[in-house]
Design a protein around this ligand. Structure first.
Ligand code: PMP
Length: 285
């Protein structure tokens, strides 16, 4: 694989980042994951807009222009002949010469920008065809999960805990309300047929896929509510699904071992997946 590190393309074995990098020592870094479909970038502008928001919240700045970022993404797709998968981008506050809690002077320390590609069959996903099983896990993350930082230890632990219970992923729960999945946004379809996903706040990541699915559902006059829902409401839902760049729309078939609806991918989730894939193919750049 060819990867990108601070202005240079190189084989992955040759890529180097300092041990003093603040991404490594302090999780002082943000990231984005953009899907590649048919060799094109899905929702690129949305991902770059969110990167801008994350950087602003952490007083970090991009070391390259947005046009250059697009070029880097496209160059990696070409170099790696990537047809379907993801591009991971990470930007850290850089590597001052020592470990220090203070942010380094941005005049003296350049941020570290790295990107790499990952192949993945996203359209033909076995998990989406079967439907995902999720398990409730307490949401013990920090209070600003709307910022897309690389502080992913707890989401990783939550996923392991869910897998330990025989599920595929976790649905995180705070004060009896579902926040989101470990790396995706959570949705239910109520018995009345309304799509519900939690409103934006500091408690969830503003998913780019979530935003697109909201728009597509509203354009089709489906009833949609952005509000928190309880674990009880989730268990009583007619359907459930998750959304993320790397899984699109994936039906959820059980929660904590209780089947949701018929215990198989529901019609609304399946339709939204198809609608989303059509839109992604049409609008990818
Ligand atoms: N929530 C969390 C916690 C995530 O990590 C992700 C994926 N990065 C999402 C939601 C989904 O966001 P997106 O649709 O932009 O991939």
């Amino acid at each position: 694989r060819t990867v990108y590190v601070n202005g240079a393309y190189c084989p992955e074995e040759d890529a180097r980042v300092s041990i003093f990098d603040r991404g490594f020592l302090f999780a002082d870094a943000v990231y984005e994951v953009t899907t590649v479909l048919d060799g094109k970038l899905v929702d690129f502008d949305g991902h770059m807009a969110r990167l801008g928001r994350s950087l602003e919240a952490l007083t970090m700045t991009l070391p390259v222009s947005e046009d250059e970022l697009l070029d880097i993404h496209r160059q990696l797709v070409t170099e790696n002949a990537l047809r379907e998968g993801m591009i991971y981008l990470q930007l850290s506050r850089g590597a001052p010469g020592d470990r220090d809690f203070h942010f380094p002077d941005p005049e003296e320390t350049r941020p570290t920008l790295i990107l790499f590609t990952q192949e993945k069959a996203i359209v033909d996903s076995a998990l989406a065809a079967r439907g995902a099983k999720v398990a409730f896990v307490p949401d013990l993350r920090w209070g600003r999960v709307d910022i897309k930082t690389v502080q992913l230890l707890y989401p990783s632990m939550a996923k392991m805990e869910a897998e330990g219970k025989g599920a595929d992923d976790a649905w995180l729960v705070k004060d009896g309300l579902v926040t989101e999945g470990s790396s995706n946004n959570a949705w239910i379809v109520t018995p009345e047929g309304t799509l519900v996903t939690r409103q934006l706040s500091h408690d969830i990541l503003p998913g780019i896929t979530r935003a697109t699915v909201l728009r597509l559902a509203r354009e089709r006059q489906m009833k949609v509510e952005e509000r928190a829902f309880t674990t009880e409401e989730a268990l009583a839902a007619k359907e459930a699904f998750i959304t993320s760049a790397s899984s699109f729309v994936t039906p959820v078939i059980s929660i904590d071992g209780h089947p949701i609806g018929e215990g198989e991918p529901g019609p609304v989730a399946k339709a939204m997946r198809e609608i989303y894939i059509d839109e992604a193919r049409k609008t990818a750049i």
